[in-house]
Design a protein around this ligand. Structure first.
Ligand code: AMP
Length: 273
């Protein structure tokens, strides 16, 4: 396994490789969720590149950039055991200079849901993903469905800017009790960890209602809010797969999303029905 920190060196390394390349961008502190992306990339490609880069431009002032977990050595071990061929491990100065060109998230879809509570967040996400895709030039790039809005906006960017990469969505990996794996889960104390289960419970409640034939979005969202109380709710939404609001759940074309604060930890989750 090679570890490369310079974008130009990585470009040079990959230039003459004629293999299909699967790419998994991460911010490190790797867990089973990231590993499932890597596994899928291994299944579908001859070579796998993982990037580990805590991207400062997607954090707003006052967010958790400074305290975001760092596990560089453990991450390298996980990548090596998972059969990763190259880790791209740049410094911020390798990725950003001054007076930079950047990508702007769409004015509507980039500023709803998480984009509403974190205005500008998706500009940083799209800019870094564009840079990473240009450096690695992969055949396929892998993103978790857990960050459904991020996945939606990256897919939009690739389509609208006519980019040559296939975006592959990967199912959310959960703890046995339902909590979606996230690098931020380590911020939760014991009581908060219990409270956090309400997120997955609210989605299970929604799914159970749909199974019983309740398709009215408002009815479902009201029940979800009851399950989530008294957590601070940023949003509960029922959207189609293009992220347009749905008055009624359409099986095969629906995402139900929730984002809450548990203590001071922002947790997001969703299900695709
Ligand atoms: P992050 O390191 O948080 O930027 O995540 C890197 C990638 O892993 C993103 O595409 C995430 O959507 C994905 N990811 C994070 N958590 C999970 C999870 N529990 N299951 C599947 N994918 C995940």
């Amino acid at each position: 396994m090679k570890i490369i920190s310079s974008p130009l060196e990585l470009k040079e390394h990959l230039k003459n490789i004629k293999l299909s390349v699967g790419f998994v961008p991460t911010m490190g502190a790797l867990h089973e969720g990231h590993i499932s992306l890597i596994k899928k990339a291994k299944e579908q490609n001859e070579m796998v590149v993982v990037s580990i880069f805590l991207n400062p431009t997607q954090f707003l002032k006052g967010e958790d950039l400074e305290k975001y977990p760092k596990k560089d050595e453990a991450d390298k071990k996980i990548c090596s055991l998972s059969g990763v061929d190259v880790i791209f491990f740049p410094q911020t100065s390798d990725m950003y200079g001054v007076d930079e060109v950047s990508i702007l998230a769409p004015k509507v879809r980039g500023y709803v849901l998480e984009g509403q509570s974190r205005p500008g967040h998706f500009n940083g996400v799209l800019t870094v993903v564009m840079k990473l895709l240009n450096i690695v030039n992969p055949t396929r790039a892998y993103f978790g469905k857990k960050d459904a809005q991020q996945l939606n906006l990256i897919s939009l960017m690739v389509k609208q800017l006519f980019m040559n990469v296939e975006i592959v969505p990967v199912d959310t990996v959960r703890e046995k009790d339902g909590l979606a794996l996230s690098s931020r889960n380590i911020y939760l104390n014991k009581d908060e960890r219990v409270e956090a289960l309400k997120v997955a419970s609210s989605l299970r409640a929604a799914s159970a209602m749909v199974s019983k034939g309740v398709l009215n979005s408002h009815e479902i969202m009201d029940s979800m809010r009851e399950v989530l109380a008294p957590l601070e709710i940023f949003y509960v939404e029922i959207l189609d797969r293009e992220f347009n609001p749905l008055l009624h759940v359409e099986i095969g074309n629906t995402v139900i999303l929730v984002e809450v604060n548990v203590g001071t930890t922002r947790l997001l989750d969703n299900i695709w029905l």
